[in-house]
Design a protein around this ligand. Structure first.
Ligand code: GLA
Length: 714
């Protein structure tokens, strides 16, 4: 609910968020609309406004740099060097748009040729509110309009006695680590200056009054749909009041707006739930499935990826051997990772030369893929379209195609540079070779990687407009992805950036799933998957079973545990199958077959984190879709005495009967242990719970279970 207030004396308008919380009936909404805004006192005066302070802008939808404000500006514009906007109201237009209700509020500077449109959408089938902003230079003068900050929108969190936050931090091979704490008075900034979303942070936050937990309590959450540099600033004012403002770009990035042009921000979304962090996560998952993903309803195939098995040594013989074993295990899609192109024998060369490796694949890929297809597998390839090796024919031919600054070094990272996708010739080149590759090889799948964050990022030919690369690069990556999807509707695309360096609601508009981390150790994965699941659904979380000891961390874990962790998302296999024993191959086949019986529920159902400490202590996660209930139970430390022992299921039908179909204990009738075929009341499973064998403190390390229950008809 909004409030548009005009001040006739100052000829200025303020657009405030008046209400954000549980859905109200229309009569309650009318009643609430008549009340003063959240921070207004009954006399109408705003939040602690005195002669000495002016914190009221905390409630504005897009507080500008200008007027009586000194909070975080969500919009900062200079016109001919004057850095201040004074906006007046022009119009408010509401209309239906693709199953949503949209509202555009148009504002205009009193003097300068600058127009600002605040747009928002609400959905009948989702709890998310989507917002964005457009800034126009409407011409009539050749005034120079320079933007130094354009957020998509600021969100005011309703008054509470205290505020706590949840967010994730990370690093390469350690993404999506949940952090939580009390929101400090001041400004808390999460940002990426890398031209990609980044491993170190992710553009979302959850805020509550300190009392919310996984199941209970009110939570307000904000997430930005953008895959380049970004900034999310949460302000807690000393006078009270919290707001989150988020947008693309980072500090210092400038954008000139020529006459008769506009810039439109990406979307920022807000979700409220009264059902704790679990409730807000499920609301995000629902929204991502219904309104973000391009092909949400598709079941994600069980894939094999060659990276950990063969590294750069991709040959017909190595890949075919793996493919035969993968097919026999029930894998559905075979993806050849890095190393198939140019003269790429390590990470020092060939990015940009996207033709099969002449020495290792002398016959190209067509015949190899035909052979793999003949095994009943679909086929896919790894690509890194934005990357270029200085040792490549492409770079030798087009040294000007990379992000660079005149008179500055071109530092390498992973021995590579970044192509400037903001350039239309680069964008078109990328689409052309990708389209040809997908067409000629009839590819079913692409893994689109991006291993090199931006540094020294400029576009010398653009002189004063070089910072455009920070925004247009990402937009053109989106546009190539979209063109590929339009041209090849069956194609599935996996996003990747050195693991989980580009995971966000922006890239998920164009990809089917993302690679969350190069760390495939199942214990480390559990904490990463836990953080991941706070916003993103299981259907976008690629998870491979790899070898033991793990290539990244050296830990030994049983195959079953590795499988059960990977089953919590989109199961894939990444181990060197050539070295797996017949017994391991057989066990893997059984587990893949089991996954296929539950993947619809895991990928498309509602997810409940059942507590515990994933990766550290006993934990479990539950998924429900229609009549199927899937529970994955983990215990990394066999000898943990402190419990819990009993696991209470959730979100079942109290009055229904559930039959254990998989994973039940077959033998000894321990109370609470579920025998296969046994039947239980929903209320028993929820009120009393089950006693997972894996949680008993008497076993080996790394024990896990997959338990499946079927709700019986009345
Ligand atoms: C990145 C990816 C890996 C793999 C390698 C290949 O690190 O995250 O999965 O594709 O690149 O070089």
């Amino acid at each position: 609910m909004l409030e548009i207030e005009t001040d006739p004396q100052r000829d200025e308008v303020t657009v405030r968020q008046k209400y954000w919380g549980p859905r109200l009936s229309s009569s309650a909404a009318r009643e609430a609309a008549a009340l003063p805004a959240g921070s207004a006192t009954p006399s109408g005066a705003r939040r602690h406004v005195t002669s000495f302070s002016q914190p009221a802008e905390i409630e504005e939808l897009l507080p500008v740099d200008g007027g009586l404000r000194w909070g975080v500006p969500a919009l900062q514009v200079s016109v001919d060097g004057i850095r201040s906007l004074e906006l007046r109201f022009v119009s408010a237009d509401a209309y239906p748009e693709n199953g949503s209700d949209r509202l555009d509020i148009t504002l205009q500077d009193r003097v300068f040729p600058v127009e600002v449109v605040l747009s928002m959408r609400v959905f009948a089938d989702s709890d998310a509110i989507e917002r964005w902003a457009t800034v126009r230079h409407h011409g009539g003068s050749d005034a120079t309009v320079e933007i130094t900050r354009l957020d998509s929108g600021s969100w005011f969190i309703p008054d509470a006695a205290d505020y706590h936050y949840r967010a994730v931090f990370g690093a390469w091979a350690e993404e999506n680590q949940l952090q939580r704490g009390r929101l400090p008075v001041g400004e808390l900034v999460f940002t990426s200056r890398q031209g990609i979303t980044g491993h170190h942070a992710n553009p979302w936050i959850m805020i509550d009054d300190g009392s919310a937990d996984e199941r209970y309590g009110e939570v307000w959450s904000v997430a930005l749909a953008w895959s380049g540099s970004w900034r999310m600033t949460t302000t807690r004012r000393p006078e009270g009041g919290v707001a989150v403002t988020a947008g693309f770009g980072h500090d210092g990035v400038r954008w000139n707006l020529p006459p008769n042009s506009e810039i439109c921000s990406p979307a920022v979304l807000g979700v409220y739930s009264a059902a704790g962090t679990g409730g807000v996560s499920r609301a995000w998952h629902r929204h991502v499935r219904r309104h973000v993903l391009p092909a949400a309803d598709r079941d994600r195939p069980v894939l094999f990826n060659s990276w950990e098995a063969t590294g750069f040594t991709v040959t017909e013989a190595t890949q075919l051997k793996l493919a035969r074993r993968a097919a026999a295990m029930g894998v559905e899609l075979f993806v050849i990772d890095d190393g198939w192109f140019g003269k790429r024998d390590d990470d020092r060369s060939s990015l940009g030369d996207w033709r099969p490796h002449a020495l290792r694949l002398p016959n190209g890929l067509s015949d190899l893929f035909d052979d793999i297809r003949a095994l009943g597998l679909k086929v896919g390839l790894w690509v890194e379209p934005e990357g270029v090796s200085p040792d490549s024919d492409l770079y030798r031919a087009h040294p000007d195609w990379v992000l660079n600054l005149s008179h500055r070094r071109r530092d390498y990272k992973r021995h590579q540079l970044v192509l400037n996708f903001a350039r239309h010739d680069v964008r078109d080149w990328a689409f052309e070779w990708l389209d040809k590759l997908v067409t000629e090889l009839s590819l079913d799948y692409l893994k689109w990687d991006m291993n090199r964050p931006f540094t020294q990022a400029g576009w010398p030919e653009q002189e004063q407009a070089q910072d455009r690369v920070w925004i247009e690069h990402t937009r053109n990556v989106y546009s190539v992805l979209q063109q590929l999807r339009t041209r090849h509707p069956h194609l599935q695309i996996e996003g990747c950036a050195a693991g989980g360096g580009r995971l966000d609601l922006g890239i998920l508009r164009y990809t089917d799933q993302v690679w969350p981390s190069d760390n495939t150790d199942p214990v480390d994965r559990q904490t990463a998957q836990h953080g991941f699941s706070h916003i993103y659904p299981a259907s976008v979380m690629s998870a491979w079973v790899t070898d033991s000891p793990n290539a990244n961390v050296g830990r030994h874990t049983p195959l079953r545990y590795r499988f059960h962790v990977a089953m919590a998302g989109v199961l894939g296999i990444g181990g060197d199958l050539a070295t797996w024993s017949p017994a391991e191959l057989e066990e893997a086949g059984t587990l893949i077959a089991q996954y296929k019986t539950v993947r619809r529920t895991i990928q498309h159902g509602s997810q409940y984190r059942l507590g515990g400490r994933p990766g550290a202590l006993p934990s479990a996660v539950q998924y429900v879709l229609n009549d199927q209930v899937v529970v994955l139970v983990y215990n990394p430390h066999g000898n943990v005495k402190s419990g819990p022992r009993w696991l209470r299921l959730t979100a079942l039908d109290h009055n229904a009967t559930y039959e254990v179909t998989t994973g039940g204990d077959t033998g000894d009738c321990v109370p609470g242990r579920l025998a296969n075929g046994s039947r239980w009341h929903g209320s028993t499973l929820m009120a009393v719970g089950i006693r997972p064998a894996a949680w008993e403190p008497i076993g080996e390390d790394y024990r896990s279970d997959l338990i499946v229950l079927q709700k019986l008809p009345d």
